[in-house]
Design a protein around this ligand. Structure first.
Ligand code: ZN
Ligand code: ZN
Length: 361
């Protein structure tokens, strides 16, 4: 229906750039409300948001027509807790691409009362509870009627409803659904291969950063999904930008050494697989590589210990002058330990590359 109506809209001469811009703006706002709002705020609690931000995400998240924030968050928490389990992961990829993409929605049981009982932290927020009771009319109004009313101001009411409403909705839905389907079968397992989630730049581009799904499944409490500065993750940029004006607080981040250690563990696993594949005798390099790995692990431990000391120090109540000095000394030690850690990681990685190049793996 959407495609046919769009074709007719183009052919009949009703095409209007203002309607296209409206559709793109609405698509962006709704997608961000799902990614930064439904997902990273309500489902994972990766940061706190002031009520105007929560209200905004709840209104435009409803327009995404993917359910109330409570339902969405609970399904998603099950997905993380029981990933790839056919009985308990609501969109398990092991039940097929179509099931993970959208099939699960059609067979979903209506368990509203049970959901409210399980909701816990979510029901503490009156805005979230209010949205639960009115998300259907709210979603239809904001997602379909409102664009029609706005587009009426340039005489394109039906364009507003069909292009900025239905067609936009089709794109929004499938972009989000790709996270449950495509990013659970295509892409890199950068941090872990203990689950099916993968890092996929294409879906990251379509979904404002959600495609870095291997990272996200490993570290769901991090407000970032694209963890490197250059990773395409507009959702993290929006959350961080709002923190500069005090609208978001408590942004959770995983320490860099924990992330890098996971990366290195996966690189090592992959290297061994590649060397096995080309039947390369690895034994004469194993000792040197193990020594570098041990150096890396020692650097990891001393950095982690120093960070813990710093945390503990902040909890204690020292006299201000003394705390100031001790904090400075600890900060210098942490900076030094970070350098050591990064150097150890580079050395290990350099040797891994050399071995792979030599083995032509
Ligand atoms: Zn997933
Ligand atoms: Zn998640």
């Amino acid at each position: 229906m959407c495609i046919g109506t769009t074709y007719h809209w183009f052919k009949s001469g009703a095409f209007n750039w203002s309607t296209i811009i409206l559709a793109v703006v609405l698509m962006t706002i709704i997608e961000l409300s799902i990614t930064a709002g439904y997902h990273r705020l309500f489902a994972h609690r990766t940061y706190n948001a002031a009520w105007p931000v929560r209200l905004f995400f709840l209104i435009f998240g409803a327009a995404g027509l993917q359910g109330a924030a409570i339902q969405w968050a609970l399904d998603h928490r099950d997905h993380h807790n029981y990933v790839d389990d056919n009985d308990r992961d609501p969109y398990s990829i092991n039940k097929g691409f179509f099931w993970a993409h959208m099939g699960w929605l059609y067979f979903k049981q209506n368990e509203q009362l049970k959901e409210m009982e399980k909701a816990g932290d979510l029901t503490d927020d009156p805005l979230v509870v209010a949205q639960y009771h009115c998300w259907v009319p709210l979603g239809f109004f904001v997602g379909y009627i409102l664009p029609g009313i706005i587009a009426l101001s340039w005489g394109d009411f039906f364009g507003g409803i069909f292009i900025a409403g239905f067609l936009r909705s089709l794109v929004n839905h499938h972009a989000t659904f790709l996270i449950n389907s495509l990013t659970h079968c295509v892409g890199k397992q950068t941090y872990s291969d203990s689950h099916s989630a993968r890092d996929n730049w294409f879906t990251a581009f379509l979904t404002f950063g959600e495609g870095y799904h291997n990272y996200h499944h490993e570290f769901p409490s991090d407000y970032r999904n694209g963890v490197r500065a250059w990773d395409w993750d507009p959702s993290k940029w929006v959350i961080r930008a709002l923190s500069y004006v005090g609208l978001t607080t408590g942004l959770k981040k995983i320490n860099e050494e924990i992330i890098l250690r996971k990366r290195i563990q996966m690189k090592e696993k992959l290297m061994r697989k590649k060397l096995n594949k080309v039947n390369f005798d690895f034994s004469k390099y194993a000792t040197s590589l193990d020594e570098l790995k041990a150096k890396f692990e020692t650097a990891f431990r001393s950095l982690s210990n120093l960070r813990q000391e710093y945390k503990d120090l902040n909890k204690k109540s020292y006299k201000p002058g003394f705390v100031g000095l001790e904090v400075k000394v600890l900060k210098d030690k942490i900076a030094e330990a970070r350098k050591e850690f990064k150097l150890a990681a580079r050395e290990w990685n350099g040797m891994r590359r050399e071995i792979l190049a030599f083995a032509k793996a």
